[in-house]
Design a protein around this ligand. Structure first.
Ligand SMILES: *[C@@H]1O[C@H](CO)[C@@H](O)[C@H](O)[C@H]1NC(C)=O
Ligand SMILES: *[C@@H]1O[C@H](CO)[C@@H](O)[C@H](O)[C@H]1NC(C)=O
Ligand SMILES: *[C@@H]1O[C@H](CO)[C@@H](O)[C@H](O)[C@H]1NC(C)=O
Ligand SMILES: *[C@@H]1O[C@H](CO)[C@@H](O)[C@H](O)[C@H]1NC(C)=O
Ligand SMILES: *[C@@H]1O[C@H](CO)[C@@H](O)[C@H](O)[C@H]1NC(C)=O
Length: 950
């Protein structure tokens, strides 16, 4: 490679010299630039205009010529994406005055000697990857140079002493390299130097008193080196200095008062050194200062009063020093101040009111000894707009009083840290107004009361730390709305109640510490809470669940009594007797229904995940080709691609074939796939279900055996399976078509022309409940568990009879384990029995009874099993149960039925629904019992007449 290239180069030279001899007007510049280009790689083709056959380079990209001499005067190739080496071709450009190759990817050492470029004034090689030492010869005879930048490369070694020969130098930028050793002493005699930046190197030594020679200096940046010693008094001679940055070195001693002569200076940056001593009156003379950063030193004494004279001050950072006394009141004059960081000092006195009057963006007072009431300070400046304040940290002081509710007017606040003080009272409701709040820390105070539910409107919160207070009451459910929450610490308070189950929705939790409270009950079930560290929940004797290694005790059973006579207003009136028949149905552990919700919410995640997976699955399934020829009119047909079987032996399916996957005919989608309507040759409609879980379906034999079994099941309340179609990649189930839509639509969607929701009467609802019960009893009798009950799976025919769809489909899956059941079958939110989440409990047909119970409550109340309200998640079973306990159960009955239902039927039906949703499967009645109970509720002798009246 290398050899080839040098051969190219030699031939190029030969060629150029040859051309040149033919054309004497071609100057050295073309030659020099072409040779320079030959050393470069130009992936972006920026230099294509550089053509060796041109007479003049003056029109080439990046090249400018002096109009009089027609020689190249500037070469500016910044950001051209060039790599390779900087070759000697440049030395031909005898009239070059500006060379700028910044922001490329040039490597190697400096290959040129600028001594020959006697006109060069500006050289900028910054932001490349040059390396190695800068040769001493580089700077020889650099008398014309005004500006040098080698910043942001990988140069190393000492800065050559020859630099001193650049006597006209105004700008020297060597920052961000690996230069080491001492600065060449001659540097202090470059009287023309206006800007000196050697920051971010490995330089050492002291600033000598010769610094006074730099009396043109506007800017000096020695940041991030290893300089030592004091700042000499002579610095005061550099009277034009505007910016002094000595930060991140090991400078020591106290600051010289001669700094006061730098009256034009607007930035003093001395942070992270070893400075000591006091800041005295001199600083008040520096009237142009905008930024003062003295942080991370060992300054002591008081913050001088004269700081109030610096009216242009914008940023004052004196954090991590030993300043003492109180902040001077004169600071109220610093009207431009935006950032004030005095944290980690020994400051005392009251929190000054002016911090709220100046419209500051950041106020950091942490780790001092400020005293007094925060309430008084904030409320006394109430009429002032707090809209600018973004960071307010007064943590670790000796502040007292209540948190004022005016805190809600700090509408831009992102960080609020009031931890480690002696604050009392409650967390004000107004925190909910802090929409920008990202981090809230009120830990280690004496706050009491409950956590306001308005916290749920702080929608940006990521970190919520309220530990070590005396907070009581329940965790607000609204916390579950803080979707970005990552760090939660509520430990060591007096919180009671159970953890709201919707907390399991918080996807980004990293820590959730509720240890040492008085919480009880089950932990929310869900990704994070299933693996929560035991220490995060320790010290809550009544918490239970796997994380605390303690099974949840059966909660005290509270009997719910089925009494058609009772109005339900008195649930505590010990066992009552079911009308006439003297049947006592006392169900223990019903109370635990609430805990079941834990598990349901856990399933939300699986559900949401699955919705995604499923939508991709069904999209790809829709692409399966299906030709009309696959459907012949024979009873049983084998073609190369598929097999159609109609159980009734019915012919002519061909009309429907093309419509099968026609989206217009799509009736809906369920856990097993999309359903389409199609019309048979005889004009009869059928519903066709395309199974999307195809990859899970068993072998053809297993599939056919199971489907044939299902085809034999006939019941007036079950949707009949009439046939199927099988290919390895596509399975269709052909069902009876039910015209009246599904129960979900009837309950939650249907609207007539007037916009009224079509409303089922009480008797229709009761009949639907009874029909569902009968069909489930039939299925259970045949040992078929439905697994997937939900209102959208209950179809209503033209006569108002319910028909259950999708029964038995779980049998088509190759494995019937819990994972498949809860994730693949996709049982709808709110209907799934709690035992699905509990590995040790066997799943029986009682899981259908649970789903049935939820359906009963849904039918009677007209509400969805889980509803998301503005500020809450309502779990239907919980809500109804609570209402029953409080004697308000009739308020839960669907408002469309109000005044039109017999309470002596409706209330026992509600109770039946609650019993069916018992936490413990064995406490649920079986479906045959349910039918009996329903019969008793609809007692013909008495209730019939009454309900007829309604
Ligand atoms: C610079 O060059 C080096 C070595 O050729 C290469 O690895 C790197 O990706 C280049 N960087 C840029 C920004 O082009
Ligand atoms: C020095 O160069 C670096 C990189 O180009 C730049 O960021 C910095 O501002 C320059 N320093 C001065 C004082 O101009
Ligand atoms: C003040 O200086 C300290 C130490 O240098 C730094 O950590 C802190 O971020 C600075 N404060 C502000 C508000 O920038
Ligand atoms: C609040 O301040 C305390 C004490 O200064 C500190 O330990 C804690 O980390 C801060 N909290 C946050 C969330 O930054
Ligand atoms: C049911 O109510 C009727 C009329 O209010 C009353 O006569 C009857 O005794 C009640 N039966 C039961 C079992 O409470």
């Amino acid at each position: 490679m290398r050899k080839v290239c040098s051969i190219c180069l030699i031939s190029l030279f030969v060629h150029l010299i040859f051309v040149k001899s033919l054309n004497p007007s071609l100057d050295d510049d073309v030659l020099g630039l072409i040779v320079f280009k030959a050393d470069l790689e130009d992936p972006d083709g920026k230099l294509v205009s550089w053509n060796e056959d041109d007479d003049s380079p003056c029109k080439w990209k990046g090249v400018r010529c002096n109009p009089r001499s027609n020689r190249v005067s500037t070469l500016v190739l910044d950001g051209f994406g060039l790599s390779g080496k900087m070759g000697r071709g440049l030395m031909q450009l005898k009239f070059l005055s500006k060379l700028s190759l910044a922001k490329n990817n040039l490597t190697g050492s400096i290959g040129i000697n600028i001594a020959q470029l006697t006109n060069l004034r500006v050289i900028d090689l910054s932001e490349n990857s040059f390396s190695g030492p800068v040769p001493s010869s580089f700077f020889e005879q650099c008398g014309s140079l005004r500006s040098i930048s080698l910043a942001n490369n990988k140069f190393s070694g000492q800065i050559p002493d020859s630099l001193v020969s650049c006597s006209a130098l105004g700008v020297l930028n060597l920052s961000s390299n690996m230069f080491s050793g001492l600065l060449p002493s001659g540097i202090w005699s470059l009287h023309g130097l206006r800007s000196l930046d050697v920051s971010d190197n490995l330089l050492e030594g002291e600033i000598p008193k010769e610094v006074e020679g730099l009396n043109n200096l506007r800017e000096i940046n020695l940041r991030k080196n290893q300089f030592t010693g004091p700042v000499p008094d002579e610095i005061g001679a550099c009277a034009l200095l505007r910016s002094v940055d000595l930060s991140e070195n090991s400078f020591s001693g106290s600051l010289p008062s001669t700094l006061q002569k730098l009256s034009l200076c607007n930035a003093l940056n001395f942070h992270s050194n070893l400075f000591t001593g006091e800041i005295t009156e001199w600083i008040g003379e520096m009237g142009s200062l905008q930024t003062i950063d003295l942080s991370k030193n060992m300054f002591s004494g008081a913050v001088p009063n004269v700081i109030g004279n610096i009216l242009s001050l914008k940023i004052l950072n004196i954090s991590e020093n030993r300043f003492s006394g109180s902040l001077p009141a004169s600071m109220v004059n610093c009207k431009n101040i935006q950032i004030l960081d005095v944290s980690r000092n020994l400051l005392t006195g009251f929190l000054p009111t002016w911090v709220f009057q100046l419209g500051l963006q950041a106020v950091l007072f942490s780790e001092n000894k400020f005293t007094g009431s925060i309430y008084a300070v904030v409320t006394s400046s109430i009429d002032v707009s707090h809209q600018n304040l973004q960071v307010f940290d007064i943590s670790h002081n000796e502040l007292s009083g209540e948190i004022p509710s005016d805190i809600g007017s700090f509408s831009s606040l992102r960080l609020l840290n009031m931890s480690k003080n002696s604050l009392i009272g409650e967390i004000p409701e107004t925190v909910g107004k802090l929409k920008a709040l990202y981090s809230l820390d009120l830990s280690e105070n004496k706050l009491n009361g409950s956590i306001p539910s308005s916290i749920g409107t702080c929608s940006s919160v990521v970190s919520l730390i309220l530990s070590q207070n005396s907070l009581s009451g329940q965790l607000p459910v609204a916390m579950a709305k803080l979707a970005g929450l990552e760090y939660v610490d509520l430990s060591s308070n007096r919180l009671t109640g159970t953890l709201p189950k919707p907390l399991a929705n918080l996807m980004h939790l990293v820590t959730f510490n509720v240890s040492h409270n008085q919480l009880q009950g089950d932990l929310p079930a869900g990704a994070f809470f299933n693996t929560i560290s035991p220490s995060s929940v320790a010290g809550n004797p009544n918490l239970c669940g796997a994380a605390v290694n303690k099974s949840c005790p059966a909660v005290l059973p509270k009997p719910i009594v089925l009494n058609p006579n009772s109005t339900g207003s008195d649930p505590d009136s010990v066992p009552q007797i079911l009308a006439h028949k003297k049947i006592l149905l006392s169900i223990s552990a019903l109370i635990a229904i609430g805990a079941a919700v834990v598990i349901i919410i856990g399933i939300i995640f699986v559900t949401v995940l699955n919705l995604r997976v499923r939508s991709t699955m069904s999209r790809s399934a829709a692409a399966v080709p299906l030709s009309g020829g696959d459907f012949s009119s024979s009873d049983t047909t084998h073609t190369n691609s598929g097999k159609l079987v109609m159980f009734s032996g019915e012919p002519d399916f061909s009309t429907g074939a093309h419509a099968l996957l026609n989206k217009d005919c799509e009736l809906g989608r369920g856990g097993f796939g999309a359903v389409y309507r199609t019309v048979l040759g005889d004009g009869r409609s059928v519903a066709i279900k395309k199974l999307t879980v195809s990859s899970l379906v068993k072998s053809q034999e297993d599939f056919e055996r199971e489907v044939k079994k299902l085809g034999k099941i006939h019941h007036p309340n079950l949707v009949a399976l009439e046939g199927y179609y099988w290919t390895p990649s596509l399975q269709l189930l052909i069902y009876e078509y039910v015209s009246g839509g599904n129960l979900y639509k009837h309950l939650h969607e249907g609207e007539d022309e007037d916009g009224n929701r079509s409303s089922l009467t009480w008797n229709e609802r009761f009949n639907i409940i009874l029909g569902i019960a009968k069909s489930l009893a039939h299925l259970h009798h045949l040992n078929i568990i439905h697994y997937n009950l939900k209102s959208s799976n209950i179809l209503i025919d033209g006569l108002g009879e319910p028909k259950i769809a999708d029964f038995g489909l779980a049998r088509l899956l190759p494995m019937l384990d819990r994972y498949v059941l809860s994730s693949k079958i996709q049982s709808a939110l709110g209907y799934m029995a709690p035992e699905f989440a509990c590995k040790t409990v066997k799943i029986t047909d009682k899981c259908d009874v649970y789903g049935f119970g939820v359906l009963v409550l849904e039918i009677v109340t007209g509400r969805r099993p889980v509803e998301y309200m503005e500020d809450d998640v309502v779990i239907l079973c919980d809500m109804v149960r609570g209402a029953l306990e409080e004697g308000r159960v009739d308020e839960c009955i669907d408002e469309r039925l109000q005044g039109k239902f017999p309470a002596e039927e409706a209330i026992p039906v509600v109770k039946l629904g609650l019993i069916c949703t018992s936490q413990v499967p064995s406490n649920r009645p079986d479906m045959a019992e349910v039918i009996n109970i329903l019969g008793l509720i609809k007692c013909p002798s008495e209730s019939q007449e009454e309900s007829d009246n309604n």
